[in-house]
Each structure stands twice: as structure tokens, then as C-alpha cells.
Design a protein around this ligand. Structure first.
Ligand code: SER
Length: 604
């Protein structure tokens, strides 16, 4: 079965049962303000899980690109990917447990062809602390179908909330047997033979809202949130030994190594996984940096570089092309951004490779000076290489391990933690200031946390960001396209396409244009429009992105027709431009080839 066939079968199975196919969202979340990345299909749907009316109805089906970074170090095994696709179907207060379970069973057995004997399911065993008991209803339904391997589990079978609060609920997961023939009677997920099973399907019965005080209150409506790991299903249906053998990975693995069984090599897998994730991240507007999303991207590329040294791989554009080739049909924005993705990755790889060489040379020099350092000293050496040459700590550790100097990873990590704690003590005051003591970020409509005062400040900066973009297009031309945006309580940062450095005159002209709009105290308003109408209105948006069928357009002015700025955006914004105060551009620099970055602040 190919990826395409699986998606088609899933969509047709659920559309036959009244589900509407919905578009997927960017990896950079808009609706869920609590996370850096879209890690599951549920993030973009949170407002509807909480009770808003979805324009496409109460039964939805989709495939959603998702990115999970909790286990980057674990990448290289058979079944975990940083960037993966999740098939999902949703009931928004519509059908409930019986339909969800019975349909999933039918899909797994009739469409995917797994026999009942090769399936096991888990259910929620209950948790006193949550005040929620065993999911007896799910158990009864599975029993009535005739599935015999039903395993009650605790924490693993309660999904969410993603952050401290939000929609969540008990789950029932479907596992398939990886071995040949039938599993022995004592083989069960969660048991000693857990490794013989892989989870492919998660049915979440999303019926609770965890509130800020930690209690679980019933949601306004009972929802079904199902996540099905596309790559895992392909691998198990096809009897392959890892996700790296499935059709979307094949050209990528081949581009990395021509060795027989390349798909089984851990370094090849790491490169494949990380490059695939990097391609998708860059296409969704993330650029390598030292913070937040940009740092995750940077870390992925750097880890791929490190792994590439082990397998002698250096053809990065070919790897990018393989990812784009495998996914371009469904993700037109990858195709459009291909040249740029290649440029950004190549540039980052080159920069990092040379500093890596330097750092590793330096590290070896230290070791010649001080052979056989004790743990504290080894941690010091790794820390210094990190501080002065940006050598990632994990790589420093790996060098010492490969040299046979450090054998005990936990003990080394503890020593490194002590060293880092000492460093934080010294520079603690500076850190507090830099992160505002919060980690509050508003990224094109995304509000994470913070005091009221800070929220008010980022709203002003957010509206200012729209004006800056309009001002840049007014002064420099329509080729200016947003490439990234990041807002902290101190400043806005805006990356955009433009081939050369801005002159002082151009910067002054942009400021003058923006401050004129501020002085006119125009209203900031929004309309919700069908996607096509919104596009026709000339509102700025990311070309080639898949947007939902209705979008919000924020505009500055008395009407959409006369607006001086209009953009697809989730908000929130200030109500009038006068609230922003004077806008000042404080920095202009290069962000990547063909991409400029400006920072600006707003005055009181
Ligand atoms: N939200 C659940 C998950 O991520 C099901 O989609 O597994």
C-alpha cells in the first residue's frame, strides 16, 4: 500500500460515513496558542472542540503534518518520526464511542486487512487523582466486537491537555502485532513483550476540559479525536521493518546512501528524519535561529550534519529534492519554496560544518593538554566548546564518548548539569531580562503567556507588524513577502524577501509611512470570509498554504476596500492604530540569502 492509497482509502471510508474532508494547518500553530508546533491534528481544531461551530459540520476527516520534538535523541528507531503525517477523523459533539470504535475496527480489519487475532487494544484504567474511573463503556464495546486482547492502562491512555489546561479525555488505542503468525497468549502491549506491538491508532474520547485549577469538568460537547500514524500504518500493512522503508521515505533514503540496507542505518535514518522535518519547517516559514522554533530547526540541521559525517553524505540539495518530490503533490508550498529551502539548508550546513570542525579540533586540543580528564573536567571541556564554538552539548558528549573518555552518560550529564547551573548563576540576571521572566511570544496571532501588561504590549507590536509589512511593500515594492515573524514584549521581528540591504533612506521612509498610519488613528478590524473571497480581496497570505475554507482577514482602515493593510490573521490586535505609539526600526540585517530581517520597537 502506498501513502497515496492509504490517504484515499481513509478519506473515502470516512466520507462514506458523512465526514467532510478539511484542509490541514501549518506547523506553526495559529489556533492553539500554547504550543510551538502543531503536534497533532487537534491543535487547529481546539476552538471547535470547545464548542464553536465548524463551517464544514460536525464530522471531519483530514491528514495533518505534525512535528514532535520531545524525542529527538530517540530518532533512528523503527517507528518514531519528528515530522509525520497524522490521519484524523473528528466528531464534534456528533457520534460517540460505539461508532468511533466500530469504524476503527472495520478500517483496521477490512481495509488494512489485519486479522482480529493480530490486534490488541488498550483502554483507560481510570485515575483517582483525576476523579475519572475505568472506561467500562469502551471495554464493553470492544468485547462485543470480539476483540480479546483488551489492556487497561493509566497515563498512556489519557490524552491531553497539551498544555496545563484544555480539552482532554480517555483514549483507546489500537496496536498491531509485528511478529509472524499469531502472538502468543502472554504477548500484550504494555507487558514484557510490548516490543512485539506497535500502536497505529488513537481514539480520544474528548469529553473533559482541564481547567487552570486542575479539575476536570465535562466539555460542552463530547468529541471524538482520532489520530492515526500514517507512516506506521504503511509500515505494518506492508510488513516493512521500519517507517524508512515506506514509499515516501524511499527516494530520500536512496539520496542519502546507496548502501544495501541503508534504511536500517541509524545515521541515515537521522539524516532522513531531520532533513524531512527541516524541509517542512522552512516551507512553513521557520528560519534557523537561536530561539524557539528557529532553534529546533537549527538543531535538526546540525544533528543531521553530525550524522552525515558518519556516512559520508554531503548532497543536501538532493535530499531536499527527494522530500519535495515525495510530498509536493499534496504540499504545493514545498514545491514553491524548494530553491529557497535548498539555499537555507545548504547555508546552515556549511556554516555549521566549518564551526564544527573548529570546535572538534579545539576539543581535541584540550584533550591533548589534559588526557583522561575526570568527569567535572570533561564537562568543563564540553561546556567551553559549546560556549565558545557553539558545539552542541550532545555532540561534545559524543566526541568524548567516541574517544573512550566518558563511559557513563547519566553521570556525565549530571556533571554537565552542575556546570550549566554554575553558568546560570553567574549570568542569571541577564537571562531573566532577556526572556521577560516568562517566555511570552506572540507570533502572527499567537499568544502564549504573560502578564496583562505584556499582553497589551505584544498586541501593539502585533498590529505594528502588519503596518511594517504594508510599509515595506509601499516603499520597496510588492516582491516583499513575509518569511517569519516573532514578537516578544520588547520588540517585533520581521523577516521578508528582499535582495539587498535597506538604505537609511528606505528605512526612514518605511517608518514615516507606518507612523503616518499610527497618527491617523485608523480602526483595526476583521471580517471572516470564504477563502476565495478573502484571496480576491488582495489580503496578504502565504502563497500555496492550505487555509481552512473560511478565514479571518484583519484590515486597517474604515473598510476592506479602502484598507491600508489587510492580511489573513488569527489576531488578536489593538482596536485602533493610535494605541500603538511611535514605531521605530532598530535593526536591519540579513536573515538568509534573499531574506532581510528587521527589528522594531513601539514607543509609549
Ligand atoms: N490527539 C491525539 C493524538 O495526538 C489523537 O489525534 O494522538
Amino acid at each position: 500500500m502506498t501513502r497515496r492509497e492509504l490517504i484515499d482509502q481513509f478519506f473515502s471510508f470516512y466520507t462514506d460515513r458523512g465526514h467532510a474532508v478539511i484542509a490541514q494547518a501549518s506547523l506553526v500553530p495559529v489556533a492553539d496558542t500554547s504550543v510551538l508546533f502543531t503536534t497533532a491534528g487537534m491543535h487547529p481544531l481546539i476552538p471547535y472542540l470547545l464548542g464553536d461551530t465548524h463551517p464544514d459540520g460536525t464530522r471531519l476527516v483530514n491528514v495533518q503534518r505534525s512535528l514532535r520534538t520531545t524525542d529527538i535523541e530517540g530518532i533512528g528507531d523503527a517507528t518514531h518520526g519528528t515530522l509525520f503525517e497524522m490521519l484524523g477523523h473528528w466528531s464534534l459533539g456528533d457520534y460517540w464511542k460505539r461508532e468511533a470504535i466500530e469504524w476503527s475496527y472495520r478500517f483496521v480489519t477490512e481495509v488494512l486487512g489485519f486479522s482480529k487475532e493480530r490486534i490488541a487494544v488498550t483502554i483507560f484504567e481510570g485515575d483517582e487523582a483525576k476523579g475519572i474511573g475505568l472506561d467500562a463503556e469502551a471495554k464493553t464495546i470492544w468485547e462485543s466486537i470480539g476483540v480479546t486482547r483488551i489492556v487497561p492502562l493509566g497515563a498512556d491512555n489519557f490524552w491531553g491537555p497539551v498544555h496545563a489546561a484544555g480539552p482532554c479525555g480517555p483514549t483507546t488505542e489500537i496496536f498491531v502485532y509485528l511478529g509472524d503468525g499469531e502472538p502468543s497468549s502472554d504477548s500484550l502491549p504494555g507487558g514484557p513483550k510490548d516490543r512485539e506491538w506497535v500502536e497505529i491508532w488513537n481514539n480520544v474520547f474528548m469529553e473533559y476540559d482541564k481547567t487552570a485549577d486542575g479539575t476536570f469538568v465535562p466539555l460542552k460537547q463530547k468529541n471524538i479525536d482520532t489520530g492515526v500514524g500514517l507512516e506506521r500504518v504503511l509500515m505494518t500493512v506492508n510488513g516493512q521493518s521500519s517507517i524508512y522503508e515506506t514509499d515516501p521515505y524511499q527516494p530520500l533514503v536512496a539520496a542519502i546512501s546507496s548502501a544495501e540496507l541503508a534504511h536500517a542505518d541509524r545515521d541515515v535514518r537521522i539524516i532522513a528524519d531531520h532533513i524531512k522535518a527541516a524541509v517542512f519547517l522552512i516551507a512553513d516559514g521557520v528560519l534557523p535561529s537561536n530561539k524557539d522554533r528557529g532553534y529546533v530547526l537549527r538543531r535538526l540541521i546540525r544533528r543531521a550534519v553530525r550524522a552525515s559525517r558518519a556516512v559520508g553524505f554531503n548532497a543536501w540539495p538532493l535530499a531536499v529534492e527527494a522530500v519535495v518530490g515525495a510530498y509536493g503533490e499534496d504540499y504545493a508550498h514545498l514545491l514553491e519554496a524548494q530553491a529557497e529551502i535548498e539555499r537555507i539548508i545548504t547555508q546552515e550546513v556549511e556554516q555549521f560544518s566549518s564551526s564544527l570542525e573548529r570546535a572538534i579540533r579545539e576539543l581535541h586540543k584540550q584533550l591533548t593538554r589534559l588526557p583522561n580528564p575526570d568527569l567535572e573536567r570533561a564537562a568543563e571541556i564540553v561546556f567551553l566548546a559549546f560556549q565558545s564554538h557553539s558545539l552542541p552539548l550532545e555532540m561534545g558528549y559524543e566526541v568524548l564518548r567516541d574517544e573512550g573518555i566518558v563511559h557513563n552518560q547519566p553521570a556525565f550529564e549530571a556533571a554537565l548539569d552542575r556546570r550549566l547551573a554554575k553558568h546560570r548563576e553567574i549570568s542569571g540576571a541577564g537571562q531573566e531580562k532577556k526572556f521577560g521572566g516568562h517566555g511570552l511570544i506572540l507570533d502572527t496571532g499567537e499568544l502564549k503567556a504573560g502578564s496583562e501588561e505584556e499582553v497589551a504590549k505584544v498586541l501593539r507590536l502585533h498590529t505594528a507588524t502588519h503596518l511594517v509589512q504594508a510599509g515595506l511593500r509601499h516603499v520597496l515594492g510588492e516582491h516583499v513577502q513575509q518569511k517569519g515573524s516573532d514578537i516578544t514584549p520588547e520588540r517585533l521581528r520581521f523577516d521578508f524577501t528582499h535582495p539587498e540591504k535597506l538604505t537609511p533612506e528606505q528605512i526612514a521612509a518605511v517608518e514615516a509611512w507606518v507612523n503616518d498610519v499610527v497618527a491617523r488613528d485608523l480602526p483595526m478590524q476583521f471580517v471572516e470570509l470564504p477563502l476565495e473571497e478573502a484571496q480576491r480581496s488582495g489580503a496578504l497570505h502565504f502563497f500555496g498554504h492550505k487555509y481552512p475554507s473560511r478565514v479571518k482577514v484583519y484590515f486597517v482602515g474604515e473598510s476592506l476596500e479602502t484598507a491600508v493593510s489587510k492580511e489573513f490573521c488569527g489576531g488578536p490586535h489593538v482596536e485602533r492604530t493610535g494605541i500603538i505609539g511611535t514605531v521605530k526600526i532598530t535593526k536591519e540585517q540579513s536573515a538568509a540569502a534573499g531574506v532581510r530581517r528587521i527589528k522594531a520597537i513601539v514607543g509609549e
